[in-house]
Ligand binder design. Structure first.
Ligand code: ADP
Length: 480
């Protein structure tokens, strides 16, 4: 039995026990309880929001270079703490330690990126129709942000919101996923270490009801959410009053491999983006449409590569490629999607089951399903696990239509060496991001966001910070 960590809320610059009961957090590789954290109540949430509201009155006027200084220092503190932050991630959600470490390193860079953006919040001066007037357009912070985050990237998905909001001059209350609170606590330890002023960033742990209390709080100015479509819809209905929201609601992302693709690269890309993080990423490749000329070779090579991936306990074993999935719901959804595809005629080339030698833990084998049709769940619903469905196509028009045919609009992938295909696909795929001949759809300095059923609003880049700013027009009559 492992040591059980005791987590606390971080409110107004202090660590607090919650008013409510404790929430158990489990290791997906063993099923053991590894942490107890507050299942925060409405009163806890109210204290956090009130602290953030008070802090906003001063933080909003803090010089941007000073805000930048805190963010740079926190980025350095996070990089220095990466070993324990990564362990906290892996212990609660299962990704192998090197992937968890990479996540922490990327978040440290995000702190530095938004530190720099903080000093570049600029407005405009506009000429007026009448002499003697000048219009100033200024950008001001929105106020107190409620950030609700999921478990698949437990620190990055907090960080994109936290860094951008703080850079903009907002204050924030974060409610991390109930599956991964300890990693969030580690990030807040870094904020404490750099003496971020009390109340600027607050953390309340808890389950859905805590999130509901937070988004319903009347003193919240903006809600930033990443999670499932169902919860996004619930939040939409819960917010009090009228206020800006940003929502990133998941994927079911397609890959198109054209007849002119470099098949080596396409197989490597599909392998990485279907099975990294055990497929638990909104921008995972869930479904692939491959030109008939390359199809059989593609599926056979992808299946062989998937078979070579090492499934294991990412915390206690070395060289693991695919850890356990984070919770039983994901495991069951993988099973459901595979059973559905099988019953409708798909070939299970590899995987399609839990590994026989691992009776304990939420393990599922990397799975390649060939000969899929669009009516199979794997081709039109997000699996969020290590499963890919592949379908052959003859004419590119039909592949584009199928790729665009689901409610998902987050990211799409293309492999083609033909410039006109690349441009046609880049423009016609109805997704917020299209990655061509690579599978890293998100980079920190470019806007990242969904459309259609995948939500609205942007993270990353300058656009990620703009979402925490509001404009003000100051029209000055100066006569001369
Ligand atoms: P996922 O399984 O992708 O994490 P969820 O959408 O269930 O999806 O959870 C994302 C985050 O939303 C978590 O922090 C969760 O606790 C929170 N949450 C769940 N239900 C609600 C709700 N009704 N209102 C606000 N937050 C919620």
């Amino acid at each position: 039995m492992e040591h059980v960590a005791r987590g606390r809320n971080y409110i107004d610059g202090r660590w607090e026990e919650g008013d409510g009961t404790a929430l158990e957090v489990r290791d997906p590789a063993t099923g053991d309880v590894v942490a107890l954290v507050p299942d925060s109540t409405e009163q806890d949430v109210d204290r956090a929001v009130s602290a953030a509201r008070r802090a906003w009155n001063s933080w909003r006027w803090v010089n941007p270079t000073v805000r930048a200084g805190y963010l740079h220092a926190a980025g350095d503190a996070l990089a220095a703490a990466k070993v324990q932050v990564a362990a906290a991630i892996t212990r609660e959600m299962g990704k192998p330690i090197p992937e968890a470490t990479g996540e922490v390193e990327k978040l440290a860079k995000t702190f530095h990126f938004y530190a720099e953006e903080a000093t570049r919040i600029t407005g405009a001066t506009l000429p007026n129709e009448e002499d003697g007037f000048t219009s100033l357009v200024e950008k001001e912070p929105i106020g107190v942000v409620a950030a609700i985050t999921p478990w698949n990237y437990p620190v990055e998905l907090i960080g994109w919101k936290l860094c951008a909001a703080l850079a903009a001059g907002c204050t924030i209350v974060v409610k991390p996923s109930e599956y991964t609170p300890s990693a969030a606590i580690e990030v807040f330890r870094c904020l404490e270490a750099v003496e971020l002023p009390a109340g600027v960033a607050n953390l309340v742990t808890g389950a859905g009801a805590t999130g509901r209390a937070l988004v319903a709080h009347p003193a919240i100015s903006k809600v930033a959410f990443t999670g499932s479509a169902a919860t996004g819809e619930a939040i939409f209905k819960t917010v009090s009053g009228v206020k800006p929201l940003s929502m990133e609601l998941g994927g079911n992302c397609p890959l198109i491999v054209t007849a002119r693709a470099d098949i080596d690269q396409a197989v490597a890309g599909a392998l990485r983006r279907s099975f990294r993080n055990a497929g638990q990423i909104c921008i995972a490749i869930n479904r692939a449409y491959v030109h008939a000329d390359l199809y059989e070779e593609f599926v056979q090579r992808l299946a062989k590569a998937a078979e070579g991936l090492v499934v294991g306990d990412g915390l206690r074993e070395d060289d693991v490629d695919v850890g356990p999935v984070t919770n039983v719901e994901i495991l069951e959804r993988c099973e459901r999607h595979v059973a559905d595809a099988r019953s409708k005629g798909a070939r299970v080339l590899v995987g399609g089951a839990r590994p026989g030698d691992r009776p304990v833990g939420n393990y599922y084998l990397p799975t390649v399903l060939a000969d899929c049709t669009q009516d199979m769940q794997v081709m039109h619903e997000e699996t969020f696990g290590p499963v890919i469905g592949v379908s052959p196509y003859d004419d590119l028009e039909s592949a584009i239509e199928l790729a665009n045919s689901t409610p998902a609009g987050l990211a799409a992938y293309v492999y083609s060496e033909d410039l006109s295909e690349v441009f046609a696909l880049g423009r016609r795929l109805d997704f917020g991001s299209v990655a061509v001949n690579n599978v890293d759809a998100g980079t920190i300095n470019a806007p990242y966001g969904g459309r259609k059923g995948s939500g609205f609003g942007y993270e990353h880049g300058r656009e990620g910070m703009e979402g925490y700013l509001q404009m003000k027009h100051v029209r000055v009559r100066h006569r001369s």
